[in-house]
Structure formats: structure tokens, C-alpha cells
Design a protein. Structure first.
Lengths: 262, 220, 220
């Protein structure tokens, strides 16, 4: 399309060339980025992309950008980045190589650019060939009246050897389990604590450590002591909430003390 | 060149060979979304075609095949041969895990075979529903064994070759024993936490869970 | 009588004759719009059937007919012969016109798959707009492939079975000119040497996928 029209113009001499370049500038929106523009420009060389003169291409591109500037056409940043890079490449290609300089040589850079152009060109051609193939719904067709497929759901059951063994283990060890019942012996409930505290709080005129409120038999065994301490503390808070007592702790981990509130 | 033109002109005025017409009808009937009348075929095919004639051939060609050319009112269509209708059912198989009751029943049968229903119930400690046994029978993982020589001569259950295949066992004797189950960590007989007081025993797990500060608060 | 039973039992355990299997596949493929996998054919046909074998016969049978048995990836379908497309004008579905960017992106994905967005941009020299990729995804011509094991683990794109079906390709290996492109080295992903400008790098989406810090860390 545009490619061909340009091809034809490329054959003509300088005047036409300039006109072509100008039409390129006017058409700048039509390019898909600097690589696309470079590919277009490369066609004016009328050679195989593998033999393209990257130096010449760089000149053409820079001329294009200059003209665009002269015509006050705003170019996207991409184009300007490419222009700067091509100017750099040009100088590298023209100047004798500096052995102290690191990085790829001008030739390597030029070769890669040529590769990129060739690859883009190849993809364009492949895309065209792909789109020109016989296509479903245009050249060949699928079934017009698909028949309904009835879906039947069937359920199968499965289990693993592990399931089986765990199942068996579960049964065989059932006797070793104790049914889950709370062990009331080791527990001192909040209700019990509250009842006990209500009875005792009347005597607590001065600050008293709440641990002294622990009931008989709940002070030595750690498990029972834990339970009673928790319940007594909770019951104390309950009394404070009811306005019957005051509670305090002088510092972290210090004894918690309780006193009757009058 | 002149031959080309001649050929083209010929194709413009002469109908394609009947075999070609057959191909055309085949394609049209296949791709069209509804049955097609002969008139419509005529309109779509090159001038001079005789779809009625070609249809006779095409119909014959599909005799005994997986699909047939059938007449629908005054139209024609390609349809699946009626004897293959069963292929148009797509079975979706859903795999579900066997229920706990079924697994336990199966395990008891595997470990204790031949075993009666009463024995299974005694081991499980609950009655075994008919559905559970039926399911296992239907899956062909268990079958009836010999009757037991006890009063009432109850039937027994044994596991099948399918069962062994499924679980990758050579024989039911290959099932691991209780000891092996325990050493493999499959026997979890730790009581639920808190239910056992473990007096004086310094309950390690519980201590790990409580930060030190709290311990101090409660423990002395 | 006993012979009857024998026959029945045989049919339960033996696969149907290959000619019968061919009929079955014929019926299934005719009935379905979407290509059907060999595995699904196997699942729908009687136990012991060999659809791959039967497909070879069926495919041959339809050579030169108005419809053809075609392979699409690992699936099979029946499609009308392309030379009869002219008869089907009425059936033609107007496909959405694809932009030049979309067509090129599609071709790059097909020939370079699995390919990341950054690689597509490197080849085209411009950023790929989200809309282009979305359109191709929506058409179900491309889908996400595995993530690439490179920094940022970017997603890749590959073409789908629908793509193959649409363009009448048996597999992505049958893409036109693929071999030539490969031997010419044009499908290689050569990293640009040193100071080349990273074309199409200003893309926001790509940045979302690769954390910036990582980019800086790994890319030069």
C-alpha cells in the first residue's frame, strides 16, 4: 500500500525524492514508531535489507527529523531518541575506533539495527501471508447445525489407601480416646469465683492481693491454680464493674490488689 | 491463452460435473444453519446444476455411514445416523471422596475379612447403613464371602480384586498393621487439649503457647 | 441362545470393528462445531476403541470431498473444502477488521511464541497498546502462556486452538515460512548490544508487570 507507492517514488530523482520525504513528514502520524519509519526509508536504497547501508540510513533519518523540525512538526519523543542515537552511531561509524572505548563497536550496533529491520520486515510479510490464508468463516466453514450433546453426569467415588488406613486407625484407637467432657475437677468457673468473691468482698476494707481469694485446694496444683486465678481475676473485674470494688496494680506483673468500695 | 478463455466460458455456461455438484451440496448442507430446499441449492450452485440428481448420489454415498442425508419436509439436511445417537451423550464423571462411614466399613472388611455385618457394627460401635454396604458392593470393592458357620449363618463380606487394584495391593495381607500405622504417625490418639489434667506433668505444649510473663502471673 | 449370550459378552469387552469406529467418529465430528480431542473421542466411544487409527481412515475417506477431516492442534474437526467457499457467501460471518498493529502483533505471537509483551515491542519498535492485546485475547486467538523465567517473571502470549482452526493450521509448526524464518535467524531473540535505545519502552503496562527496581538491577 503505502510501501508500494513509496517504492515507485524512490526510483525517481532528487526532486521527487524530496517530495517523497515531505509526504513522509506530512504522514508522520501514519508511522508505527521510528523503526517503522526506518524500514520505510530503507526502501529508498533499493537493496536487500542485509546489504543496507546503515550509515546512509542514519543520514536519511536525520534529514527527515531536521525537515520535520523546520516544518515545525512535532515528533514524538521516540523519534527524537532514535535520532540522537543514530547521530551517535553515525559518528562511531565514521571515526576510527578508539581502542580505549568500551562497549559494542559501531559495526555491531549497525548490524543489530539491520537485523531489527530485517526481522520487522519478515514479520510484516508473515502477517500478510497469514491473513491471506483460507480462513474459517470466510473460505471454509464449520458445522451449521450443531447437534445437541446431552450431558450426563455420573458420579464415581474414590478413596486413597491413606484414607483407608486412617479410617481403620480411627476405629481401632477409639477406645484410647476419652470422650470430650470438661474436667470439672480442675476448673474453678467464673460463676463459682463470683459467688465466692461476693461473699468475701465485704471484709476487704484494705487493699488485698487477689491471689488470697483463691479457694481451698486450688493453690498448689498448677492447672487448678491457673483456672482459679483466671476466674478470680475475671470475677474481680465484674465486681469493679458493678461498683462494689476497686482494683489496682502498681506496675506490670506486680500483684493485683482489690478493695471494697463503699 | 485462448484455451483459458474457452475453459472459463465453458464453466460459465456448462454445469459442473455431477461429482462436483455432489461435493457442493455436501458442503452447503454441512455448513448451512438450517435445512436447505432444492430450489435454494439450485440458486446457490453454478448455473445449470441439477441438485435433485446430485442429491440422489450424495444420499447413496452416505448410506450406512455415521451421518445420513435426510429429507426434512421439502428441505435437506445432514444428520447423525439414529443408531449412533448414544454417542451424542457426553458423560461427565465427577469424582467424589468416599464418605467416612464407607471408608471405615471398607477398612474393617479389608482388615477383618471375612466379616459379618454384626461384626462390623461391633467394631465401629455404630450400626452400618444398608446404603453404605450397597455402595461398596456397587463399586465392586467388596463382595459377599462364605456364610459364617455360626447361628443364623450370616453372610460375610470380603474385598475384591478391584479393591486391591485400586489401592495398589497384592493381597489384603499387605495392609499395614496397627503398629506400622502408629509408627507412620497415622494413629493420632492424643486427647483433645485441656480435657486431661495431666497432673504435675508440666504439660509442655500448653507452656509453649503461653508467653513467659503470663506464666509468672499465674504460676506462683 | 448360548451363542447370543456369547456374542453379547464379546461386544461388552471387545472394541467395535474399525469401520464401525470410523462411523462413530464421523457422527461425532459432524455433530460438533468445536474441534474434538482424541481423548474426548475415546471417552465417548465404546471401551477399547482406537480413535487415532480410525481417524486416519476417515480422513482418507473424505479426501477430495466437499467437506474434509482436519486436524487442529491435538483435536479434529470437519470443515468444508476451501475451494467451495464461493458457495457459502451467505454463511460468511463478517469478522471485525483488525488493525495493522493487531495483525502484526498476532503474527509476532504466532511465530515467536511464547513471547512477552516486551519482546513484541522490541520487534515492532513501538509499545503495544493494551487494546490490541485485549482484542486478540477477546477473539480467543491468543492466550496467556507460562511466565518467563527472567527477572520480573513476565507473562507470555501464545496462540490458541481457535487461531489454528481459523487459519486452517494443523499446528503452530505449520505456519507459513516458519522454517525459512528460523534458519535465517529471524526468530531469534537477540538482545540489543549495549547502548541501543530500548524501543517501545515507554509502555505503562509493561512497567506494571516488572517492578522498576528489578529492571534497573538486571537489565544493564
Amino acid at each position: 500500500m503505502t510501501d508500494e507507492t513509496f517504492d515507485e517514488m524512490g526510483r525517481v530523482e532528487s526532486v521527487a525524492n524530496r517530495m517523497a520525504a515531505e509526504s513522509l513528514i506530512v504522514d508522520v502520524d501514519g508511522f508505527e514508531g521510528p523503526l517503522d519509519l526506518l524500514l520505510m526509508l530503507s526502501r529508498t536504497q533499493k537493496v536487500d535489507l542485509r546489504k543496507i547501508s546503515v550509515l546512509e540510513l542514519a543520514r536519511q533519518y536525520l534529514t527527515f527529523v531536521e525537515k520535520a523540525k523546520a516544518l515545525r512538526i512535532e515528533l514524538a519523543a521516540d523519534y527524537l531518541v532514535m535520532a540522537a542515537w543514530l547521530a551517535f552511531l553515525k559518528s562511531r561509524l565514521l571515526l576510527p575506533p578508539d581502542p580505549s572505548e568500551e562497549g559494542p563497536s559501531g559495526e555491531e550496533l549497525a548490524a543489530h539495527l539491520a537485523f531489527q529491520l530485517e526481522r520487522l520486515q519478515a514479520m510484516r510479510e508473515s502477517a500478510a501471508r497469514l491473513m491471506a490464508r483460507d480462513r474459517l468463516g470466510r473460505d471454509f466453514f464449520a458445522r451449521g447445525i450443531p447437534e445437541d450433546v446431552t450431558r450426563v453426569k455420573r458420579v464415581t467415588y474414590t478413596a486413597t489407601l491413606l484414607d483407608l488406613m486412617q479410617g481403620y486407625a480411627r476405629i481401632r484407637t477409639k477406645d484410647e480416646f476419652r470422650p470430650y467432657v470438661m474436667d470439672r475437677d480442675a476448673l474453678f468457673t467464673l460463676e463459682q469465683a463470683l459467688e465466692r468473691m461476693r461473699g468475701l468482698i465485704g471484709f476487704a476494707g484494705t487493699w488485698t492481693d487477689i491471689s488470697t481469694y483463691l479457694p481451698e485446694g486450688f493453690t498448689t496444683d498448677p492447672a487448678r491454680r491457673r483456672s482459679a486465678t483466671a476466674s478470680t481475676f475475671a470475677a474481680s473485674l465484674e465486681l469493679v464493674k458493678e461498683g462494689k470494688a476497686e482494683i489496682r496494680q502498681s506496675e506490670v506483673f506486680a500483684p493485683i490488689e482489690l478493695r471494697r468500695k463503699d | 491463452m485462448s484455451e483459458d478463455i474457452e475453459k472459463k466460458e465453458k464453466s460459465l455456461f456448462e454445469a459442473p460435473p455431477i461429482a462436483e455438484q455432489e461435493r457442493m451440496i455436501e458442503a452447503i448442507l454441512f455448513a448451512t444453519v438450517e435445512p436447505v430446499t432444492v430450489k435454494e441449492l439450485e440458486a446457490r450452485m453454478p448455473h445449470g446444476s441439477d441438485p435433485a440428481e446430485a442429491l440422489v448420489h450424495l444420499r447413496k454415498r452416505y448410506e450406512g455411514r455415521g451421518v445420513r442425508v435426510v429429507r426434512v419436509g421439502d428441505s435437506w439436511a445432514i444428520r447423525t445416523a439414529p443408531d449412533l445417537g448414544f454417542l451424542m451423550r457426553r458423560e461427565t464423571v465427577e469424582t467424589r471422596k468416599l464418605s467416612r462411614a464407607a471408608i471405615e466399613t471398607l477398612a474393617i472388611i479389608a482388615y477383618h475379612q471375612p466379616v459379618t455385618r454384626a461384626e462390623i457394627e461391633e467394631i465401629r460401635g455404630v450400626s452400618v447403613s444398608r446404603g453404605t454396604v450397597d455402595q461398596l458392593l456397587e463399586m465392586e470393592w467388596i463382595r459377599f464371602g462364605r456364610r459364617k458357620m455360626t447361628p443364623g449363618r450370616p453372610v460375610t463380606f470380603v474385598v475384591t480384586q478391584e479393591f486391591l487394584d485400586h489401592f495398589g495391593l497384592e493381597s489384603a495381607r499387605d495392609l499395614p498393621g496397627l503398629k506400622e500405622l502408629r509408627s507412620a504417625g497415622l494413629l493420632e490418639n492424643r486427647p483433645p487439649p485441656g480435657s486431661m489434667p495431666q497432673l504435675g506433668d508440666g504439660d509442655h505444649d500448653a507452656e509453649e503457647e503461653t508467653p513467659e510473663g503470663q506464666n509468672e502471673l499465674f504460676e506462683d
